[in-house]
Unconditional design. Structure first.
Length: 357
């Protein structure tokens, strides 16, 4: 029985059990709903997030370890620890992004939930692109282009497929193995995914997602010279200082909508733009869709740096689903049993009985 003394552990097998019960397609739909809702909730002051912080490594390999915190006032505080290590797949046989999310009770500070954040980060990143694309891209978009064919590209495709009916998915990656294996990992209908030269992808795609592990200073990853007049781009890989995916000159010719002005100005495509050259945030667009409907006929960029409030939405979603389905292990993490005024109340009596004698 779940009490305020126990913490629900939603590890990878528990996450898999939740997905099996709900269904992957329905889970993406729920994630899209939650990400969109939390974006508007921030504007209303219902949720709040702190600027993320952490450690940046340069040797022996470049990487990050960051923490991201958010609060839904009156309900939940979430904290995510996330590692970004591009060398992981080749060196450690691990995903580039690994993370864990903690959910605390707002009223008491009790650690309510610990959940794997690796899958939920990919899920919410794809959902965020779907939310932004639905607001900014041509609703009739039929061709998706994916630049970078890693794990993030899979969830980008699956999330976007919930809001668009794509006739074709064009993929390109500097790593032939990742590109050649993408169709299998994407698990879509045969013939939908096609590997093409980057120039062809740029010229034919209505929506483009860049989700690469390009090193800081080594971008851009596309040329941006043959893009369609109303193309929409989701830039997912610019998530640390000096790491960018788009040509600087392209940014001057499009409307750039960041997920968060301050964060994107430090870590996203927006770090190369002056404040007056950055367009409305995606939460602003969502809050006034009529005003910004005209952007669907223009070239737009969603600068996706990843938000703590999105992680808050995911831990809340999985916490609810796991509780409803009775999934996850309940363990006692905190020394909170017995007398709240006695720091030794959780210890066996014989451990403390002779102290001070």
């Amino acid at each position: 029985m779940e009490t305020t003394e126990t913490t629900r552990i939603i590890d990878a097998p528990a996450v898999a059990a939740v997905v099996a019960h709900v269904g992957l397609a329905r889970l993406f739909e729920l994630a899209i709903e939650r990400v969109e809702a939390v974006s508007t909730a921030e504007a209303a002051g219902v949720v709040q997030q702190k600027e993320r912080d952490g450690f940046r490594f340069t040797t022996p390999f470049p990487g990050l370890l960051e923490w991201m915190s958010a609060v839904r006032h009156g309900s939940t505080v979430s904290v995510k620890a996330v590692g970004y290590n591009p060398h992981n797949p080749a060196k450690n046989a691990l995903p580039t992004i690994l993370s864990t999310v903690l959910a605390f009770d707002y009223d008491s500070g009790h650690l309510r939930t610990v959940i794997d954040g690796t899958f939920t980060t990919a899920l919410r990143t794809g959902a965020a692109s779907a939310v932004a694309s639905r607001a900014l891209a041509d609703p009739g978009s039929r061709v998706l282009g994916l630049v970078g064919c890693g794990a993030q590209a899979v969830t980008q495709l699956h999330a976007l497929s919930r809001v668009f009916r794509f006739d074709e998915v064009l993929v390109s990656d500097v790593n032939p193995a990742a590109e050649n294996s993408f169709a299998s990992r994407a698990r879509m209908r045969p013939g939908l995914v096609r590997s093409v030269p980057l120039a062809e992808l740029e010229a034919q795609a209505d929506v483009i997602c860049t989700a690469t592990s390009v090193a800081p200073g080594d971008g851009p990853v596309i040329r941006g010279e043959r893009l369609k007049p109303a193309v929409h781009l989701n830039c997912v890989g610019s998530d640390m200082p000096d790491k960018t995916e788009l040509p600087r000159e392209l940014l001057d010719r499009v409307t750039v909508c960041p997920d968060h002005h301050v964060q994107a100005s430090k870590e996203g495509e927006c770090q190369r733009l002056s404040a007056d050259a950055i367009g409305p945030s995606i939460s602003t667009v969502l809050g006034d869709p009529r005003r910004y409907a005209g952007l669907r006929a223009e070239r737009t960029v969603y600068d996706s740096t990843g938000l703590a409030i999105q992680d808050l939405a995911m831990v809340e979603l999985f916490d609810e689903l796991a509780h409803e389905l009775g999934i996850g292990s309940l363990i006692r993490v905190e020394a909170n049993s017995g007398d709240p005024y006695d720091p030794y109340a959780f210890l066996p009596a014989d451990v403390t009985s002779g102290f001070g004698a």
